[in-house]
Design a binder for this molecule. Structure first.
Ligand code: SF4
Length: 416
């Protein structure tokens, strides 16, 4: 397989800054939504001005844009969806992503000829369904997460449509994300993009005559996460999926951090490059796995379908082995000075780690000592989160670096 025919890496663009980081770190395609009609209404999403900037940024770099119109429509939503299409149709997206067939109908009624991808939410699991969607004009099908490798091979033989699968990120315990738990417990509808993730909450038992007396459910030392699933990680099995004929690998995580989007993207980009060019995949795998362990995650599983068969109730605590510190906005007076937008505190004198966009097959980067931190030309002892500082480092760093600090922390709750 030539490098140009390798599967695409499709990365999340939850915000404009995350989208740009994913592109710099190797995404072939990015998916993102506007303020309405996509399934991540809590992830930030892009304003019309940001959509315009995202399209221009991606075009300049030869990266494709997939715009999400993947919420399910009630009768009352149809006019709003039509208005949304009218609002965004002039942007040069490479594809739209839909879940609801009604949205596909609306796009065509509005005269939009842009290719349409079908979301995993439609649970495509077999060749008959794939051919049905192909006949409806869908050019790419994001298969259900529940599909097996064997089923992918069979579907591949029977359809010309491109096939995309999720390779990394959070899973739902519900079937293809169809779940009413969040709506029932918090009023936030998962099928409208507002899931509050109650499956990740900790639960206790209460006996009806003793309200307020919580009986702990003990699954492991820290309590229980009885409803929570592991995270998907297919890096070890990627070559099998490439051989099965998958055209695109999707990374979940529009609500995760910029560091997450950048690092997962670069690891999978390197992995598909090596696999598709016949390189020594096994030799690189430990290094890629190490990088994926340095992301906030729950314990990984390589196979959703078999996960539940082998489940041993060991719990799925949230693991964070590295802290996202910030990212470079560019160089200062020389290579040792870098302007950093911070995400967590950084102190003068501490050692931080930089990761770099893919360049070759090994994740690049290095460790740096922070010699000085300046804000508005004034030296400070500590950089606060969410601001821009000038860092003076002990040696030159790349101007497109993302910074982290290694740690060994088990998180109480999701945090990216
Ligand atoms: S509550 Fe959990 S299982 Fe249900 S949709 Fe949300 S993330 Fe998925």
């Amino acid at each position: 397989m030539s490098a140009s025919l390798r599967p695409a890496i499709v990365s999340p663009g939850g915000t404009l800054e995350k989208l740009e980081a994913a592109v710099r770190f190797g995404a072939d395609e990015v998916y993102f939504g506007g303020k309405t009609h996509n399934l991540r209404s809590q992830s930030g999403n892009l304003s019309l001005e940001e959509i315009d900037r995202a399209c221009a940024f991606c075009r300049e770099r030869g990266v494709k844009t997939i715009f999400l119109l993947n919420s399910f429509l009630h009768e009352k939503d149809i006019d709003g969806a039509r208005a949304c299409i009218d609002e965004v149709r002039s942007f040069p997206f490479d594809a739209y992503m839909v879940s609801d067939p009604g949205m596909l109908v609306l796009l065509r009624e509005c005269g939009v000829e842009t290719p349409v991808h079908l979301s995993t939410q439609m649970s495509t699991l077999n060749r008959l369904a794939a051919r049905f969607w192909e006949r409806q004009g869908v050019s790419r099908i994001v298969l259900a997460r529940e599909v097996t490798l064997e089923e992918i091979r069979s579907i591949r033989e029977h359809t010309e449509a491109e096939l995309e699968v999720f390779v990394h990120g959070a899973l739902c315990v519900s079937y293809s994300g169809r779940c009413l738990l969040s709506r029932f417990l918090s009023g936030r509808d998962a099928n409208a993009g507002s899931c509050a993730h109650p499956c990740r909450w900790r639960y206790a038992l209460v006996e009806e005559k003793r309200p307020g007396h919580h009986l702990e459910i003990i699954e492991h030392a820290r309590g229980t996460e009885i409803l929570s699933s592991k995270d998907l990680c297919l890096i070890e099995r990627l070559p099998e999926y490439i051989k099965a004929g998958v055209d695109a690998f999707k990374i979940e995580g529009r609500m995760k951090s910029l560091y997450y989007a950048a690092n997962v993207t670069r690891v999978y980009r390197q992995a598909v490059e090596v696999a598709a060019s016949g390189g020594d995949y096994g030799a690189h795998l430990p290094r890629w796995m190490e990088e994926l362990e340095l992301l906030s995650h729950r314990p990984y599983t390589a196979d959703l379908w078999n996960e539940f068969e082998g489940m041993k109730f060991e719990g799925v605590p949230y693991i964070r082995s590295a802290l996202f510190l910030g990212y470079s906005l560019g160089q200062g007076r020389d290579g040792t000075e870098v302007r950093v937008k911070t995400h967590n505190p950084v102190r003068t004198g501490e050692t931080i780690e930089a990761i770099y966009p893919p360049d070759g097959n090994a994740p690049g980067g290095g460790f740096f000592r922070v010699l000085e931190i300046n804000e508005d030309e004034k030296s400070v002892a500590m950089a606060q989160p969410g601001r821009v500082y000038l860092f003076k480092l002990d040696k030159a760093v790349r101007p497109d670096a993302v910074f982290r600090k290694r740690a060994d922390i088990e998180m109480e709750r999701d945090e990216c």
